[in-house]
Design a protein around this ligand. Structure first.
Ligand code: ADP
Ligand code: MG
Length: 384
């Protein structure tokens, strides 16, 4: 397997392509946007919708194996092509993870712990589900949500009356009890077609406005919590029969509980820290699976690392005239920065993920302080 097709041409595709190139593989990207980061940097891709049968046919003709960089790829149009080329992870895995209702059914059925929830079909009684769970609860669309989009928090009867989503919602809803979160962690597992497995160290994730802000390695949790997350992560990967990568997001609650939040069958934003922090990155691991190279266990490269996302706000604060014009001078003062990666997106927008950086430190806290200083330095207004 040396030619890899990737559905979706964003930053995850771009970083995966780098790892694939290092293994001598060719990459063909399919994305409808000619200005997508991967189309801009990798020539020869296909510009077409992800559910375009002719484009999928053309892609399959040019590659040995197909993967995807996000789970909101329409899965039904991929089915007819699964017989032609392996899709890793499989279309079944994609279907089970792109719909929160199906995902919850899988997790419940396989005995993995989730917060109390109700699945409500389109047109079903959302208010009754919220009342049954109690306040506060969160209503999430079953399909299409990311970075907190498609979610409504209901704190009491008044917000229920005012904010209850109305109108058709294909796929329906999942309502969850809002729990008191002490820490959020994630576990990334890679599995290959021969049964080889690699589990990354557990990451700690800090969000701001529902968007990932920092990822810390090692996670500041007890060894018992880390071990449980690892065990569940591996269990989920095996139960789904994943070939490729799967990320399991968890809530660790203030009363010490650990619950699976959601699954992503692909590289994950929290895993960007592995590009500097572990012997093998999440992208290297997936690339190995895709080309049939053996997996090895990723080991920590130092005592502490932190990834900070760079959202459009950094560019806006600096007064950068365009996405390609971020001044980097501020980083000179912070030698602990191990990686700065700018995704090459065209437009600057608040909340848009435009890049990330990874800093090292004496431990996770120190690394977070360094990453925070580095991001602040990049966010200082620049006189041009
Ligand atoms: P997304 O697809 O946007 O990542 P998530 O379901 O992971 O959706 O929710 C985003 C964030 O919202 C979570 O990381 C967590 O901080 C918060 N959140 C989601 N569900 C709950 C819940 N049941 N209780 C408390 N916080 C929640
Ligand atoms: Mg999430």
């Amino acid at each position: 397997m040396r030619r890899v097709g990737i559905l979706g041409g964003g930053q995850l595709c771009l970083m995966l392509a780098e790892s694939l190139h290092r293994l001598g593989a060719d990459v063909v990207v399919l994305d409808p946007d000619a200005g997508a980061p991967a189309h801009r940097r990798l020539p020869g891709g296909i510009v077409a919708p992800l559910d375009d049968a002719a484009a999928l046919e053309a892609l399959c003709a040019r590659v040995d194996v197909v993967t995807y960089e996000f789970e909101n790829v329409p899965s039904a149009p991929l089915r007819p092509f699964e017989g032609q080329r392996p899709f890793w992870p499989s279309v079944d895995v994609l279907m089970n993870t792109q719909d929160r209702a199906r995902e919850k059914c899988f997790l419940d059925g396989a005995g993995f712990p989730c917060v109390p929830h109700r699945v409500v079909p389109d047109g079903g009684d959302l208010a009754a589900a919220v009342r049954a769970l109690g306040f506060p609860s969160i209503i999430k669309t079953a399909r299409g949500g990311y970075d907190g989009k498609g979610q409504t928090k209901i704190s009491d009867e008044a917000t229920l009356a005012a904010r209850l989503p109305r109108g058709p919602q294909p796929g329906g809803w999942v309502v969850e009890r809002a729990v008191d979160i002490a820490t959020e962690v994630s576990c990334i597992v890679a599995r290959d077609a021969r049964g080889g497995e690699a589990v990354f160290p557990i990451f700690e994730n800090l969000h701001r406005d529902h968007v990932l802000d920092f990822t810390l390695l090692p996670a500041r949790v007890s060894p018992a919590v880390a071990e449980r997350a690892r065990e569940i992560g591996l269990g989920v990967a095996r139960a789904l029969g994943v070939v490729g990568l799967i990320t399991v997001e968890f809530f660790v609650t203030t009363d010490g509980g650990i619950y699976v939040n959601e699954l992503a069958p692909r590289p994950h934003n929290s895993g960007h820290v592995t590009r500097a922090a572990t012997s093998l990155s999440q992208f290297d691991a997936l690339a190995r699976v895709l080309v049939g190279a053996p997996l090895v266990t990723p080991t920590l490269a130092g005592p502490g690392f932190a990834m900070a996302n760079l959202l459009g706000e950094v560019w806006l604060a600096q007064g950068a005239p365009s996405a390609d014009d971020l001044a980097l001078d501020g980083l000179g003062a912070i030698p602990e920065v191990r990686e700065l990666y700018l995704y090459g997106k065209r437009g600057v927008k608040a909340k848009r993920k435009m890049g990330h950086l990874v800093a090292a430190g004496r431990d996770a806290d120190d690394a977070m302080a360094n990453a925070d200083r580095a991001r602040a330095a990049l966010s200082a207004r620049v006189v041009r």
